[in-house]
Design a protein around this ligand. Structure first.
Ligand code: BES
Ligand code: ZN
Length: 951
């Protein structure tokens, strides 16, 4: 390194490489004073606004990184090639101009977290020793190299290049945030999205700086870290000559320019499996999956899923993989599910490992979907990325849509997949829209970006992409996608660019549709209709209300059924609702009709009749006759909900309950239903959380009680049929043999049999009944050949009391023993107990949290399994005295110090919805929010949520 400013620094110079046994460098880092002052006096959190976006004035075009991994000390050297962007009026909006004015310094802005990155050396080729305050500036989170310094460097260099070099030190072992470079057990791994790269080194850590990572060199102890991975292709690998102790290096090169958030590094002693995929143009790609040695046998399903995803993307969108190598690494400690780093995806073990004995069907399905998701990002996210983080839905909404289509299509289960996804939109997304964190899919501001990986950005974002497809048709959508890639490959773009590609490729004006990007809240569509017998004319009037000042463009898919026969007389038509109120004509009808509206959930809206009333006979009609699988299921759900709500509100409910029983009985016996999964979903009552959306003030124990009451009534009415159906399915499963299969038919049978089991076991009022259901569940538990059945039985047993208590405790013990320390099974063990319906569940959870040797707040999976699951166990969490809230507050206080991103997420999903609860509960919930807000050193992540939560 040419210029060293501060010290006789020799530790990181090529002549004398640091060694494991070297004493830690004692010299003060260049940013040490800043680090001390920001630690003593944390800067006030800053709100970032979308409209303040200003393009880069200096851009890093090429990067070379050198990682030297030692125990408790990692040295990162970087060489950045910097280019001046010559766009004098790159400032485009009034807000940009304002920002530019505030921006006193013209120069290269590098982000770096001085709290974790110690800057030891900094130089610019062609310049003398850089002087702080003269040649460069250090501010909280930033290092600015002045324009004048860069110019000086350029004119002193033979080729006129601007080269910035730095050497920093980090301690991955101390990184409990799991953002940046950290240790997961004995392996190193990284997580850079959204702003983790600045916790590794100083760099323009924003997605619009796409650079080629020319060379990433990793060096580490050869015995402990034989596998050294980064993005792109492996250029060279070998032993470090002349090193003391056996050290190994690897050099990676990624030919595709990428933003820093897609950078990844992994080093460890890992097992792996390998496969290949030949792309449509005939290139052979090596697919390699890594994990701890003991888990390498659980990677096969993910590998096969990846091949299916690669094929599907070629067939559906003509998108081919672009490198010769695709790596996936499984890590135990991970904040999210998985991450799409270019050619080096990193997965939470819970989202990639499968095993016939320890994984449920739902987990197999999830692994496949998330493998697809991260793979699909290679085009929607990596090749074309986001200009700034406000555009996150550009890659996430689109990629969620793609993974949903993939999952539904390759498993031939489009209806079931749709039902599951709509449940999530209506559950978590509508809830978010209804609370203090409500925001448009393209938010306008944030304090901590990590708080905006929300259900709105993801799930509603995916619904918005789906609406393009509904409006433009499959072919039109494909044309739009082709145009998007043709225009923007290799670029960092905006949601507006995506919309423009869709519009231009189809020659349509989508300016009205653009309002979906800026409108928060859930729109409501109201309908009413008339029928003119003489003219055979049916008129459907739709009106909309939303937080948008101008009306949205809402695609409403409608079909008509004959009122007499129930037959479909008008197949699905997509109505484009563009006005506040609009009437649509259906002519040439022979008789009166019943409308099936918002088929397949064609828009993320609530739909209500103009009267505001729920017409149960209408729902019963659709539940029987609708040809749209989604709406048939949905109508049955609404019918069940109507009855349960009447029970909650102490209204007369006999007629409603009769309808429920009739619909349930029909569904149970309908020979026309050939898909067991469909039958299972249609026989399942709406969840407590779904029901809570339909009441004014949520009283969780009352909802649980009412739901159980209706469930029991159903179970008692159909006890005999349910027993028979259960036995029949058991026989069918037995006859199918012992080989574990996860095809649609096998999954469907298990799903349905477990629904039957659930009903049969709710009959447990008397001691005799309690014994009977405990026996049945225990048999199911013991006979289970896979985790789906075992977990279903365990969940039921975990809530048993009275005469069922012994069976419950036996199951808790056996499940733990069978887990045999497998972390993913232990997570299930913790979460089933946290989710139990028992009067003393809080005490049990407290005990597990405080004294169980397998519990730890440090591992996000384990923390979520116990703490988040408990907070989602509404009846238990919302204890009237606030003991549940207080416990959560205690935990969050500790979690925030370890991992603020996990703390913020848990708070956002569990504690900020107090407005929906009674005053007593609301007050107690707010008390905990206030307590967290007042906590000394509360993180910015958590502070943003609690502040919004208290508003
Ligand atoms: N890019 C995200 C992962 C991510 C988000 C990492 C935020 C760090 C911060 C990834 O593509 C993703 O969306 N993962 C989802 C799963 C997916 C199937 C929706 C996740 O991790 O939950
Ligand atoms: Zn994603």
């Amino acid at each position: 390194m040419a210029n060293i400013t501060n010290v006789e620094l020799s530790a990181a110079t090529p002549s004398k490489k640091p060694r494991t046994d070297d004493p830690p460098v004692k010299n003060k880092a260049l940013n040490a004073a800043l680090a001390a002052s920001t630690k003593a006096n944390p800067p006030r959190p800053k709100e970032i606004h979308r409209l303040d976006y200003a393009p880069l004035r200096y851009k890093v075009t090429k990067v070379s990184l050198d990682f030297n991994l030692f125990e408790r000390r990692t040295v990162v050297e970087s060489i950045l090639t910097v280019e001046k962007i010559d766009t004098p009026d790159s400032v485009t909006t009034a807000e940009d101009a304002k920002e530019a004015k505030n921006d006193v310094e013209d120069g290269l802005y590098l982000d770096g977290d001085e709290g974790v990155v110690a800057l030891n050396e900094l130089s610019v080729d062609g310049c003398d020793t850089l002087v702080l305050g003269v040649d460069y500036i250090l501010k909280p989170g930033k290092l600015i190299i002045k324009a004048e310094t860069l110019r000086r460097g350029a004119c002193n260099n033979p080729d006129g290049n601007m080269i910035v070099r730095s050497s920093v030190e980090i301690v991955p072992e101390d990184n409990t945030q799991l953002s940046g470079l950290y240790k997961d057990g004995s392996m190193y791994c990284s997580q850079c999205e959204a702003e983790g790269f600045r916790r590794i080194t100083y760099y323009p850590d924003r997605p619009d700086n796409m650079a080629t990572f020319e060379k990433v060199r990793i060096e580490a102890d050869a015995d402990s870290f034989p596998v050294l991975l980064s993005n792109g292709n492996l250029n060279e690998e070998g032993e470090v000559k002349g090193s003391e102790g056996k050290r190994k290096f690897a050099i990676w090169h990624d030919p595709f320019p990428k933003p820093s958030y897609l950078f990844a590094l992994v080093a460890g002693d890992l097992g792996s499996i390998e496969g290949t995929f030949t792309t449509m143009s005939g290139r052979e790609v090596i697919l390699r999956f890594y994990s701890e040695h003991k888990n390498a046998g659980k990677l096969n399903y993910a590998l096969e899923s990846l091949k299916r995803a690669m094929k599907w993307d070629e067939e559906t969108f003509g998108l081919e993989y672009d490198l010769d190598l695709f790596n996936v690494v499984a890590v135990e400690s991970f904040n999210m599910g998985a991450m799409e780093n270019k050619s080096l995806n990193v997965f939470n073990t819970s989202c990639v490992l499968t095993d016939p004995v320890t994984s449920t069907d739902a987990e197999y399905f999830r692994v496949e979907g998330i493998i697809g998701h991260e793979y699909f990002h290679n085009w929607t996210g990596n090749r074309v990325t986001c200009r700034d983080w406000f555009q996150l839905t550009l890659k996430e909404g689109l990629t969620v849509f793609r993974d949903q289509q993939f999952s539904g299509q390759i498993n031939n289960c489009a209806a079931i997949t749709r039902i599951q996804n709509v449940l999530i939109v209506r559950g978590s997304q509508f809830q978010e829209d209804d609370g203090p964190m409500s925001h448009p899919i393209r938010p306008n501001s944030y304090i901590a970006m990590d708080n905006f990986y929300t259900s709105t950005v993801y799930r509603k974002g995916a619904e918005v992409v789906r609406m393009y497809e509904t409006i433009l048709g499959t072919e039109g959508f494909r044309k739009g996608m082709d145009c998007y890639f043709l225009r923007h490959d290799g670029c960092a773009v905006t949601c507006d660019d995506f919309l423009a590609a869709m519009a231009d490729a189809n020659g349509v004006d989508l300016s009205q549709f653009a309002r979906w990007y800026s409108t928060s809240g859930t729109p409501v569509v109201t309908y009413s209709s008339t029928f003119n017998q003489e003219k055979g004319l049916y008129q459907l009037t739709l009106s909309q209300s939303s937080r948008s000042e101008e009306p949205l463009l809402i695609p409403v898919a409608v079909g008509l059924l004959d009122k007499e026969t129930g037959r479909e007389v008008t197949p699905t038509r997509v109505l484009q609702l563009r006005e506040s109120v609009q009437t649509f004509d259906f002519a040439d009808l022979k008789g009166d009709v019943v409308p099936s509206i918002l088929r397949n959930f064609s828009a993320p809206v609530k739909i209500v009749h103009a009267s505001g009333l729920v017409d149960e006979s209408y729902l019963a009609f659709l539940a029987t006759w609708d040809t749209d699988g989604f709406n048939r299921w949905d109508s049955a759900q609404s019918l069940y909900a109507a009855a349960i709500l009447k029970v909650i509100n102490h209204e007369a409910h006999d007629a409603s309950l009769d309808r429920v029983l009739k619909t349930f009985g029909q569904t149970l016996k309908d020979v026309g239903i050939s898909d067991d999964s469909i039958r299972a979903f249609t026989l399942t009552l709406p969840s407590e959380s779904t029901l809570s959306k339909a009441v004014n003030i949520i009283d969780p124990p009352a909802i649980l009680k009412a739901r159980n009451y209706v469930k029991q009534r159903i179970a008692r009415t159909f006890k005999y049929d349910l027993q028979l159906a259960y036995k029949r399915l058991t026989a069918a499963i037995d006859a199918d043999g012992v080989t574990f299969k996860v095809d649609g038919a096998s999954v469907g049978r298990r799903r349905l049999r477990n629904v039957y089991l659930g009903y049969l076991c709710t009959i447990c009022e008397t001691g005799e009944e309690q014994k009977e259901s405990a026996t049945l569940a225990t048999e199911h538990f013991n006979a289970a050949t896979g985790m789906t059945d075992k977990l279903a039985a365990f969940s039921i047993l975990a809530s048993m009391s009275g005469e069922g208590s012994i069976a419950r405790e036996a199951a808790v013990e056996k499940f733990y023993k069978d887990a045999n320390s497998d972390p993913l099974v232990l997570n299930k063990w913790f979460s089933v107990q946290a989710d139990a319906n028992l009067p003393d569940v809080l005490d049990r959870v407290k005990k597990l949290a405080s004294s169980h040797p397998d519990f730890s707040l440090r591992n996000p999976n384990r923390c979520r399994a116990l703490i988040t699951t408990f907070a989602m166990n509404a009846a238990a969490f919302h204890d009237e005295e606030g003991r549940g809230y207080e416990f959560l507050g205690d935990m969050l206080e500790q979690i925030d110090k370890i991992n603020s991103k996990v703390a913020a997420r848990t708070t956002a999903s569990c504690l900020i919805g107090w407005k929906k609860y009674s005053e007593t509960r609301a007050t107690l919930m707010k008390k905990q929010l206030q307590r967290l807000k007042d906590m000394p050193n509360v993180s910015n992540d958590l502070l943003e949520i609690v502040t919004k939560g208290l508003e």
